[in-house]
Design a protein around this ligand. Sequence first.
Ligand code: EPU
Length: 424
Amino acid sequence: MDKLRMIGGVPLVGEVKIAGAKNAALPILCACLLTDQPITLRNVPDLQDVRTMIKILQEMGVQVSFPDATDHHHLVLNAANIKSSEATYEMVKTMRASILVLGPLLARMHSAKVSLPGGCAIGARPVDQHIKGLKAMGATIHIKGGYIEAQTTASVGRLQGASILTDMITVTGTENLLMAATLASGTTILENAAREPEVGDLAELLVKMGAKITGIGSDRLVIEGVEKLHSAEHAVIADRIEAGTFLCAVAAVGGEILVKDCRPDTLDAVIVKLKEVGLEMEVGPDWIKASMRGRPKAVSFRTSEYPAFPTDMQAQLMAVNAVAIGNSTITETIFENRFMHVQELNRLGADIAIEGNTAIAQGVEKLSGAIVMATDLRASASLVIAGLAALGETQVDRIYHLDRGYDRMEQKLTLLGANIERVK
Ligand code: EPU
């Protein structure tokens, strides 16, 4: 198993180029199932979850090609010949986002069998809202042997448009129902829809494919179903969480970096908090120049749905608070168990206590290097930031979590001058 070894205390200086967003690329890859024509994608991040999704699609019969051998971010997907509408337990257990094939398969193939994702390290994460929405659109769904078995009514064939109000805001739930609705007969209204930029990016691709969607970017999506979708080209939106992660790194470690090819307009809540921390930022249309001198100031915050502060940035900003001047409270409202990095940060000398869904951090002047273990994707990023800020050597084990969601993180950090290496 790979590990990352780093010697902390070196300021970050230089430029970093942000990749396409993992959480936009995953639903966008699944959208290819909605048509028998090719979909060309650019700016697809080269990371483990994307490779897993490609494998799932290939098992269904989707042809995936890389037209330019030197560019792994440019893909063409062709789902003309679907030979299986099944996502197996073996695949879904490695990546919950596999549930995103359910809506498109049901819409185009009129049946789907997808393993029910189990619990997850950060929370129970049920998919009841996905199922409830598809049932409202006329699907018959049974859970059998751990699988979601879904069919449209044989006499009608297509899903039927419906008004759907989800009980909570769900990102992949909105994406699944949005994709399903594009090929339904009649109009679907999705109320309480997630407004995350990744949902908007998926919707933009669907419109290019011929879908009729209004309300993109709002919490009310109206989809007028069409009979067929067609070929399209799309570049995946920049990863706001990767950009935010590098901004937190410079806030904790110090230095001056230029974050390139990002979308500052999707980072408002993160930028507001990092200004409070004392990070100096100049913001352009697709870049952020950030510099930090001295120790950060502690900031309290709570996570919530977009446009509020993202849960996917909670662990990274907590690493900044760990070395900040002052105390902070961090409240996690999206997932019930997303504080597993706290014990590991404390092994590096942080002083953080958990009370229910709130973490209380007393900033310390210096962390000291240690061996720590990554428990999930964003927790890994938090430990890397803390390790880069700590005195001496830190080793982050189980780095496969990081590889699921960051495109060459340690290479990018090395280019910024960090003393970090991957150990096999
Ligand atoms: N929920 C339900 N029932 C449902 C769906 C969701 O109870 O049917 C609950 C969840 O348990 C959770 C809350 O609603 O408490 C929100 O979950 P959501 O469905 O929005 O999360 P998700 O779609 O499974 C996506 C991202 C996550 C990100 C969350 C929140 C993808 C592939 N994943 O997950 O990304 O944290 O939205 O923004 O888009 C990550 O990248 O590290 C990551 C975990």
